[in-house]
Design a protein around this ligand. Structure first.
Ligand code: GCU
Length: 595
């Protein structure tokens, strides 16, 4: 509640300039400067840098970046002499004192820039968890809520030639009316967790574009510019395309090419070099063309029935804890996924950094991408819906050209109810309006018990294209052996993915297979669940929980968990447990291109 009243106050104070500008497509392909590196930080649990002692916004809070001018002047903060934090990066794993910290941290850095006439300057953030308020040269430029999606603000008017500074108020407090809400089974890593750039684009520039495979196997798409009617150049050399796209008076250009590209797939991850030119700006991208659809109980990739052999994973560094953000992190994590023999990865439970999607494009991994409508968000609150919808649209806007993304997930383990069903139905509608080329899914855990087995009967199943089922047979109920004979039934003639199953084990902890936390127990759960899976005739994919152990405040068991969720096939530092080889052998035997 506090955030939204706060937001309203901010909006009234500064007007539309405060709201995020529409996202520029493919920001890393634009001219500009990086603001990654060392930033000064001030830890501010009482938000003293924003409010005075009467809880009124300061006129000159920390965002003014004041410096003492005379020996008698009283200023009780100084970024220049404050400690530093690396950006990108969560604060929790950079300073031991911040490991559990939830609250505000102020970030500040100086940068120099020479403005050019006829240009626009946008400050672009890959993500800040959870809420960000951004100031440039002491002036408020905007605020954003949502910890895993990009945002940007037009700072052309606030920048000066020469020396500038930016201040960010990052606040990772959990709130009941946030998305996610107060309870999650992952670490609440706070801070500027992804890259920051100042984009330098023409005043009239190519703001957005989409290229995809059309109905007849030919390339279709659209482009959106911020300028008047005109022409856009489109070149795809490997397809012999070099043509002009007409831009209409709304700045929109329709693309329809009479070329049939080689389709992208896990076996053939073909990416085409794309070159777009508008108003003197050249934007390059690498895009794969493929078609994903459902037909009855089948998932069809380029018309062929698929079985998605996957694994779930959180966005944590491969060598321990902390938010992953770099291309190297992505290559290591997804390299493990490929080594497992998987063709599919569930990026849980929030949009991962863009490097993960671009590396998945390259390696040929199908991706389930997800917004953190997780567990018991407040489905009755229209503001919560708006937050979820904003995060969904930001995720789709950023990744609409990534061939690897085939599934947009709108929820994980949300409790059945009328408010929830209406909330998620509307969210699914938004996903389909924003992107009719992909499938909508959700992970459900509300199956009914029936005759010694499970019946998939959650009404949300009628809304999604592909049903995800989370089932922890042998861990949160039943013995591992009991899973082998568990039968599954579905009321819906549509594809089902086992989006989670698994068990915890401390790597290197060995003992009898009925002793919790041993690698043998985890392997038994996998063995009997795989027998169960082989008997589910309508199953078209699986994403066992989870690639590697990950940090969670819900897992304190001393000597075993120590605030790690131990359901990984790998330890937190990437050491393999017995179940790794068991699943790898299973995937070697199981074909990926047909059920
Ligand atoms: C749930 C949930 C995960 C969680 C897992 C677990 O299914 O979706 O986020 O980590 O179970 O209990 O380990």
């Amino acid at each position: 509640m506090k955030h939204s009243l706060f937001a309203a106050a901010i909006y009234l104070l500064v007007g539309p300039a405060c709201l995020a500008a529409p996202l520029v497509q493919n920001p890393h392909a634009r001219e500009g400067i990086s603001l990654d590196g060392e930033w000064a930080r001030i830890v501010d649990p009482y938000e003293n840098g924003y409010y005075n002692h009467r809880f009124e916004p300061h006129e000159q809070g920390y965002f003014s970046n004041l410096k003492q001018q005379t020996p008698s002047e009283l200023i009780e903060y100084n970024f220049a002499s404050s400690p530093r934090l690396q950006v990108p990066g969560d604060w929790n794993t950079q300073e031991q004192a911040l490991f559990f910290y939830e609250g505000t941290v102020w970030y500040q850095r100086d940068f120099s820039l020479q403005k050019r006439p006829g240009r626009k300057y946008l400050i672009h953030f890959g993500a800040v968890n959870y809420a960000a308020i951004v100031f440039v040269n002491g002036r408020l430029v905007g605020r954003h809520e949502g910890g895993f999606t990009p945002f940007q603000f037009d700072v052309s008017d606030q920048l000066v030639d020469g020396e500038n500074f930016v201040v960010v108020k990052a606040d990772n407090r959990r709130e009941r009316d946030n998305v996610p809400t107060v309870n999650t089974d992952w670490w609440n890593y706070g801070g500027i967790t992804r890259s920051v750039r100042i984009l330098d684009v023409p005043a009239h520039h190519l703001s957005d574009y989409a290229l995809f495979l059309g109905e007849n196997g030919r390339v279709k798409g659209w482009a959106q510019v911020t300028g008047p009617a005109g022409e856009l150049g489109l070149r795809i050399a490997d397809l012999g395309v070099n043509q002009v796209v007409e831009i209409d008076h709304q700045g929109r250009g329709q693309i329809s090419l009479d070329v049939k590209p080689n389709t992208w797939s896990p076996d053939t991850p073909v990416l085409y070099d794309i070159r777009l030119e508008y108003n003197g700006e050249i934007v390059k991208d690498r895009i794969g063309f493929r078609k994903i659809e459902v037909a009855g109980p089948e998932i069809l990739l380029n018309g062929r029935p698929m079985f998605l052999k996957g694994i779930s994973l959180h966005e944590e560094k491969p060598d321990g804890d902390g938010r992953a953000w770099s291309e190297a992190h992505a290559r290591r994590l997804l390299g493990w996924v490929k080594e497992l023999g998987a063709n599919f990865v569930r990026l849980a439970h929030y949009p991962h950094n863009e490097n993960m999607l671009r590396v998945a494009d390259e390696l040929g991994l199908l991706v389930w991408s997800e917004i953190p409508v997780y567990w018991t968000v407040d489905f009755a609150d229209t503001r919560v819906f708006a937050k979820a919808e904003t995060q969904l649209s930001e995720m789709i806007s950023r990744d609409r050209n990534r061939a690897s993304v085939v599934l947009w997930s709108i929820a994980n383990e949300t409790p059945a109810g009328t408010d929830r069903l209406e909330f998620l139905t509307r969210l699914a509608d938004t996903a389909r309006k924003l992107d009719p080329t992909r499938l909508v899914t959700a992970a459900l855990d509300t199956q009914s018990d029936t005759g010694g087995g499970k019946l998939i009967d959650d009404p949300l199943s009628s809304v999604v294209d592909v049903i995800g089922i989370n089932s922890y047979c042998g861990w949160y109920g039943g013995t591992p052996e009991s899973c082998a004979n568990m039968a599954w039934h579905s009321k819906y003639g549509k594809p089902v993915i086992m989006s989670e199953f698994g068990a915890g084990a401390l790597r290197g902890n060995h003992g009898p297979a009925d002793h919790r936390w041993t690698e043998e127990y985890q392997a038994a759960v996998y063995r009997y669940n795989l027998e169960m899976i082989d008997r589910i005739t309508f199953l078209r994919g699986m994403a066992p929980w989870i690639l590697k152990d990950f940090r969670s405040p819900r897992r304190p068991l001393p000597g075993i968990q120590d605030y790690w969720n131990r359901k990984g096939l790998l330890s937190e530092t990437g050491e393999k447990k017995a179940s790794w080889q068991l699943l790898r052998t299973y995937y070697e035997k199981r074909a990926g291109s047909s059920p």
